[in-house]
Design a protein around this ligand. Structure first.
Ligand code: NAP
Length: 286
């Protein structure tokens, strides 16, 4: 797969891509092509607009064309699973796939969202999560991958709060054998935030265009705690701005995007991803 000149596309070029609906907003192609360029790998990564009815045909196409790697985004992360040959244990536990590796026609599904987030949190904000008290706000798809990945880090306790409490309870229950996890209602959220080492917003509250909204009152957090937000549009949410004024350390959502891609790149190529260059390219696109 090694290429000579970085921008060369020839009869050895290996294909990669991302599927979703919609997909034209995706920054994955610029990020991944930069990674190939940086590492001298003769690969090209494009975006495919695939609707639900085309999913099975698409998977046949991956096999027929020998496409080496695919990222999967909304709305296909669940429906793609029965079409693959093998699902990695982490992706199985989360119940969603965002990365496919084509091993000589055998398609293996992984989930790099949660581990990408945790790698970003550890590299950018909190090197060790062992023993930490972590509050997770939200219980949607992203929260599921993140909570699973957090359970692998020996946290002290994970506390989940969500607008719909049943979803928080369901999420806590599905990983309760892996760590100390509880679901709480909004009445006890203030207390939980004031005792937390890390508070993570996995809800869409604060995302463009509703940039003034915050998922919790950041003054509940203790100074020195980490406030983390999955949102990267805007790069610094109102929640992070407020938490910073409160004396908290802050961690934005761009790193999760970069590192979910970095893990995918590493699964496909067996080489360390050039994460700094990938981040530079994505940042320049804003
Ligand atoms: P999702 O499955 O639709 O879940 C949305 C979550 O937000 C649910 O917990 C929902 O609560 C909550 N929520 C939505 N509106 C709310 C409101 N007005 N008040 C309180 N809670 C509200 O979405 P997702 O895929 O998990 O994505 C969640 C966020 O993560 C989005 O902002 C997305 O952009 C971001 N994200 C970032 C990355 C990255 O690479 N950085 C990757 C994936 C996702 P209910 O259960 O009560 O509806």
């Amino acid at each position: 797969m090694k290429g000579g000149e970085s921008a060369r596309i020839d009869s050895h070029t290996v294909l990669f891509g991302v599927i979703g609906n919609p997909i034209r907003h995706s920054r994955s192609p610029i990020m991944m092509n930069r990674a190939f360029q940086e590492t001298g790998i003769n690969g090209v990564y494009t975006a495919f607009h695939i609707v639900g009815e085309q999913l099975a045909d698409f998977v046949s196409g991956v096999r027929a064309m020998g496409i080496r790697g695919i990222n999967v985004t909304i709305p296909h992360k669940l429906d793609i699973m029965p079409l693959l040959d093998e699902i990695d244990a982490g992706a199985q536990a989360i119940g969603a796939v965002n990365t496919i590796v084509n091993e000589n026609g055998r398609l293996i599904g992984y989930n790099t969202d949660g581990i990408g987030y945790v790698r970003s949190l550890k590299e950018e904000a909190e090197p060790s999560l062992a023993g930490k008290r972590i509050v997770v706000l939200g219980a949607g798809g992203a929260a599921r991958g993140i909570v699973y990945a957090l359970t692998q880090e020996q946290p002290g306790r994970i506390t989940i709060a969500n607008r719909s409490v049943e979803r928080a309870q369901e999420l806590a229950k599905s990983f309760s054998s892996l760590a100390d996890i509880e679901a709480i209602s909004n009445e006890t959220l203030k207390q939980a935030c004031s005792e937390a080492d890390i508070v993570i917003n996995t809800t869409s509250v604060g995302m463009f265009p509703n940039v003034a909204d915050t998922p919790v009152d950041a003054s509940w957090l203790q100074p020195g705690a980490v406030a983390s937000d999955l949102i990267y549009n805007p790069l610094k949410t109102a929640f992070l701005e407020q938490a910073e004024r409160q004396g908290c350390r802050t961690h934005g959502g761009l790193g999760m995007f970069i590192y979910q891609g970095a893990f995918a790149f590493e699964y496909w190529t067996g080489q360390p991803a050039p994460a700094l260059a990938m981040r530079e390219t994505v940042l320049a696109s804003f």
